[in-house]
Structure formats: C-alpha cells, structure tokens
Design a protein around this ligand. Structure first.
Ligand code: ADP
Ligand code: MG
Length: 647
C-alpha cells in the first residue's frame, strides 16, 4: 500500500515521509523508534532544584497565553497537588489551551525551579497518568515532520488495518518462545510497559538478523554455482606494472593482488572483500586488478560512492597509466547528458576499457560490451541487496568490494559470509603516524593555537562535531556555533565551510569540492567527513565531544589527515579525561582498534543512541547484539540446510 492512501498523509507529508525512506505501509511499519521516553510520576518530596520532574495536578486557573514573534507563544497557569502549588510555563503549546481547563487534572513534564515553584514544561499530557509508566516512542524525524506526527501516522496505519505477515519459521518462534510478530510490531510502536516492550524488541532484532543472514547465505549458495570468467593471466606484464610503480608495494598489498589474480584465473566468480585501513593503499590494488582484467581483454568498472571520489580515482588512474595505451573514461551523474551519452556509447562499443564513476555506472541505459570486473569503493555504502546486482552488468563479472572499515575476523565471517576476504594490515613504510592528542575542553586554547599555526603555513583543517540525535535543528546549531567560534578566534581570516545533515547532497559535494581545491581552509561538519575524501593538504583534525564517538569512527576520522607527507595532528576534545579514548593515542592499527571497539559493545540497551552503523540495521546492533547475531547465523544455516533437504 502506498502511504498516500493513508489518513493524514497529504502530498506534502508524503514527500516528508519519502525523505525518511518511507514509501509504503511496510516501510512505515518498520520505521522503528530509536529510543523511548519513560514518563513516570516524580516523588514530590524528593524534587531538587533544576531537576527534571513529572507531576500530575489540578489546573487552578484558566491559562494565559502570550503570542510573540512569528508563531511563537508562551502559556502560564497553575496546578495544585496535595502538597503544593506550581506555576507552569510552557512555550509554543498554545494549541493546548482549550484542553487545559480549570479543575482538570493534567500531567506536566519539565524542569523544576524550586525557589519560584516553577515548572518549565517540555511536555504536557492533558490527563492524569496515575501510577502508570507511560512509554513514548521517539522516532528519527526532521524539521519537516516531527516524531509525534510520525507516531500519529503509524497509529492511522494500525487503525486502517494492516497485514502483518509472520517472517520467521514457526519452529524458531517456539524454540525461543518469541513474541508473535503482530504483537511485537504493535508493541514497538505502542508500548504498554517495559515488560512487554523488551520481548518485542527481542523478536524484531531476531527477525532482522534472520532476514539479513538468510539473504547472505542464499547469495553464497548462488555464487558458488555461478560460472564466471576464466582468464589467462600474463604474470610478466603484471610484475612489470608493479615494478613500475613509484613505490614498493607492502607485503599485504602484494598478497591481496595475488589473491585477486588467483580468483580471476579460475572459472569461479570472484566475490572478494578488500579491507584495509584508510590510506593503507587499497586503490593501487584495485588498479592492479583493473589492469589484469584489461590484459585479458575485458572491460573493468570502478565505482565510488560520490562524484568527488570518482574524480579523484579517475585522476589517479590516468596518471598511473599515462605511458600505457589504455582508454580510461569517467562517468558520473553530474556530467552533461551530451558527455554521458558519448561515454555510454564508448562503453557499449568497447572503445573504452576502464570506466571510473559513481553508481551512474550501473544505470539501466549503460550497456557494457564485455564487463569482466566490477570494483566498488567503500562497499558498505551499498546494501546487501546490491551485492550480486553488479555482476549482472557483465556476464558473471568478478566483483571486488573495498572497505576502509576493518572489522574483527569473527564479525567479518558472519556479515560478509558470502565473500572471500583480503586484508591489508600493514601501512606503507613511508607513512608518518598522525600525532594524536587528547585535550580537555578547558585546554581548547592550545588546540586553537596549533590549528592557527598550521593554517598560517597554508595547511587545511577539519573540525568535527557530533551529530545530535534529538533534532536536526540542534545538529545545525551545533555546527553553526562552532563555526562562529572559529571565525571569531581567527577573525575571519580563514574561510570556513560547513557540512551538516540538513544540506542536500549537491551542496555537500560543492563544499567538499571547495575544500579539496583549498578555497575553504576550515571544514566544519557534523556528518562524519566523507569516507575516502583525500585531501593531503589537510593536516589537522579537531573532534569536539569526542567521547560521543565510537573508537572505530574516531579512527576513521583520523584517517582523513596524514594523507600527504606532512606531519599531521589529530585532537580529540572532550569535557573530561576519557580513558577509553587513550587507545587511539597509543595505536594506529585499525584492526586492533576495531577489536577494542567491538568489546565496548556500547550499552546495548534500547535507551541508547542509535548505532552509527555502516550496516543499516533498523533495530539490531551488530556490536551490542553480537551474541544474538552468532546464534541467528547458526539458526539460518540449520534452517537452510533442512529446507534444502526437503526440496
Ligand atoms: P586507501 O586504502 O585509503 O584507499 P590509498 O590507496 O588512497 O588508500 O593510498 C593512500 C596513499 O598511499 C596514496 O597516495 C597512495 O599512492 C600511497 N601508497 C599506496 N601504497 C603505497 C606503498 N606501498 N608505499 C608508499 N605509498 C603508497
Ligand atoms: Mg580508497
């Protein structure tokens, strides 16, 4: 069912929901809350000044409403409880005035100012919550549509009636005594109590892992049966190419090339993940694979997640193969139709052998003459569903996925179970480790001084502030705040650019482009700086509230600097000294850091912050729910085995 046929979803709301990735009833159903507010009465005797409280009381007077500014208002009234009278102040809830009448019992959630007996309300329920626990689901929302509105639309969906099909085999449900799906889905959106919510969450996590791992296992089975390209490989030419490189390959790079070339020699299709830390030198491995493929007369495609990255790769590969007679082209969505058409026809005729681009490489109207190899950079950007799609553009083309997110082996075996894995662990020898420091917020001056001295010698700077989950508005405020501080600190002498969640991807790319061209000196962003952005002139990164980031994320961020041969610096700023962050000052080994990160496993409870995962699970978390993941993996394998036997 299209969402537009739902009550309360007009053309505008439809668009807003689309922005959140919601197109139909099933999307809406699985748009799970990312956290829950638990509202419970506070013991009045224990209310401290400045604390957050929830109390029910009788409305003493008709509220007075003041309107000001554009669409702003403030409402005042008093409530009484058995022991006290409170002044309630609430902003921008004028619409509630008609439901707050003298004598009515209401519930106020807000901040208590003891000496004035004020409560600055953040929420008002126009009923008495009694002794219940009220659990409110909170959804990811944006400036166009609020969590409450989303919740209401989901309510309309349930009222409308919805078909909730069971997704798990019955024997699994009984084996673990799981809550039935209908109940779980309704409970997650309309929790009645913590007691009933938790089993609902457990069910949904199980279901999500099951669906994911089943897909992976099926892919694996399917891939094994495929017959791919068997190549004769001219090892001499490959060694000559390797010898001609401006640097000596590391042992891991050589090993990865050997593994890839071994795959390409056999008729089995290659389905390989190349994982290695940022700047470990995966690109040259990819280029070598493209060369091997070219030598056996096939076309090869390298796909990057963004236009900027595609151009970067294109520039580099052109440079590398300058002396060779290989036709290399670029194809991105941003090019003019005329340019695109020209390249497309060259791809179709086989005139061009190596094509670098964005996902435009896989649009319907691109037809390859004989695609033999597909490489995707930063593979986690593309979902599991897309694995396997790529090879269809060729005749069972070989596929190599590259990722800069080193993950522990046990985890890799599960979530990349359908792939073979090559890892680059050692960094090129000439690499200068990024100098890493931890600074308390009170020491920010020393950081600003270091930044200034780097700016003065022409280097560039990244500044990262965490994404605030609550609302995207505060996300933006945070960046703007920091941006103005930097402008002030350096008296506007260095051009700053900002990136935040509310910008269109075009605007983002334009900002990144300016940073890349050295127009923008200081790049301030909330969103994790584009994976793979390679600006060797950026030598400093400052991460604010760094304690809010996972270790792997920080490590990824750190990889944005130190990409040239200049000395580089990474500053983690946080309010207090944080022990866990010290691991980053001690090592630069991404695999080691990922192990640590993995052990931390977050709080794992439902009130925690959404994972900032590269694998976009809606409710499960591969780190904190790792045990479950392993269990489901076994169950899926068992399930598929018996299913096959039955056929
Ligand atoms: P990533 O793994 O992040 O894609 P890149 O392939 O972009 O890393 O490599 C980062 C930089 O290191 C590039 O400038 C590349 O030319 C250089 N590089 C790659 N391999 C080596 C090596 N073995 N020795 C020295 N420099 C290397
Ligand atoms: Mg790369």
């Amino acid at each position: 069912m299209e969402i537009s046929s739902l009550k309360g979803v007009g053309p505008k709301t439809k668009l807003y929901l689309n922005e959140l990735g919601i197109y139909n009833d099933q999307d809406l159903l699985s748009y799970y809350p990312f956290r829950f507010n638990v509202i419970k009465k506070t013991d009045e005797a224990k209310m401290d000044d400045g604390s957050n409280v929830t109390i029910s009381g009788v409305v003493e007077n008709e509220p007075t409403l003041f309107k000001y500014g554009k669409n702003k208002d403030r409402m005042n009234f008093r409530i009484s409880t058995k022991s006290n009278i409170y002044n309630v102040v609430v902003f921008n809830r004028g619409f509630l005035k008609s439901s707050i009448n003298q004598g009515k019992t209401v519930t106020i959630v807000g901040k208590y100012e003891k000496y004035k007996s004020n409560i600055i309300a953040s929420d008002i329920k126009t009923f008495d919550i009694g002794n219940r626990e009220l659990i409110e689901p909170i959804y990811h929302s944006n400036s166009n549509i609020s969590s409450k509105q989303i919740h209401k639309i989901i309510k309309n969906l349930f009222d409308h009636g919805i078909d909730i099909k069971t997704k798990l085999p019955n024997y699994i449900i009984s084996k673990y005594n799981l809550m039935p799906r209908e109940r779980a889905v309704s409970e997650i959106h309309f929790p009645r109590s913590l007691k009933t919510l938790n089993p609902a969450i457990n069910y949904l996590k199980y279901e999500e892992f099951f669906g994911f791992l089943e897909k992976i296992s099926l892919l694996k089975i399917k891939n094994k049966k495929l017959i791919g390209i068997k190549r004769e490989i001219c090892d001499d030419k490959v060694s000559k190419f390797i010898k001609s490189l401006p640097f000596e390959l590391t042992s891991d790079q050589n090993k990865a090339i050997a593994e890839i070339s071994a795959d390409m020699k056999t008729s089995k299709v290659m389905n390989r993940l190349l994982q290695g830390d940022v700047s470990s030198g995966k690109t040259v491995v990819a280029f070598a694979a493209l060369y091997i493929n070219y030598l056996s007369d096939f076309q090869g495609a390298l796909m990057a997640p963004t236009d900027v990255l595609a151009r970067q790769h294109y520039k580099n590969i052109k440079e590398l193969f300058k002396g060779y007679d290989i036709n290399i082209s670029l194809l991105t969505g941003k090019m003019s139709e005329k340019e695109k058409n020209k390249i497309k026809s060259e791809i179709n005729s086989g005139e061009t052998s190596i094509i670098i681009g964005t996902h435009a490489l896989f649009s319907k109207d691109v037809e390859y003459k004989n695609l033999g190899l597909v490489i995707t950079d930063e593979q986690h950007r593309f979902g599991v569903r897309q694995r396997g799609e790529f090879r269809k553009k060729g005749n069972n083309a070989d596929v190599l996925y590259m990722t800069a997110t080193p993950i522990p082996r046990t985890l890799a075996l599960t979530i990349y179970g359908d792939m073979d894995i090559s890892s680059i662990k050692v960094l090129p020898r000439n690499r200068k480790p990024v100098k890493t420091f931890f600074k308390k917020s009170s020491e920010i001056k020393t950081v600003l001084e270091k930044v200034l001295s780097e700016l003065k010698i022409g280097n560039q700077v990244y500044v990262v502030v965490p994404l605030i989950e609550e609302t995207e508005k505060s996300d933006m405020k945070n960046v703007l705040d920091i941006a103005s501080k930097f402008e002030k600190a350096y008296k506007g002498k260095f051009k700053t650019g900002i990136l935040h969640g509310r910008m269109s991807s075009e605007d983002k790319e334009s900002i990144m482009d300016q940073f890349y061209k050295n127009d923008i000196k200081i790049l301030i962003s909330t969103t994790v700086v584009e994976v793979g952005l390679d600006n060797p002139n950026a030598t400093v990164m400052v991460v604010f509230d760094s304690d809010r980031f996972g270790l792997s994320t920080l490590h990824q961020l750190r990889g944005r600097v130190g990409r040239g041969n200049k000395e580089s610096y990474f500053f983690m700023v946080a309010k207090d000294y944080s022990e866990r962050l010290q691991i980053l000052t001690k090592t630069t080994d991404g695999f080691l850091i990922s192990e640590h990160d993995f052990k931390e496993r977050g709080s794992g409870d439902l009130f925690g912050v959404r994972q900032s995962g590269e694998l976009n699970f809606k409710i499960a978390n591969i780190k904190s729910d790792f045990k479950l993941l392993k269990k489901v993996d076994e169950d899926v394998k068992e399930y598929l085995k018996t299913k096959q036997n039955r056929i």
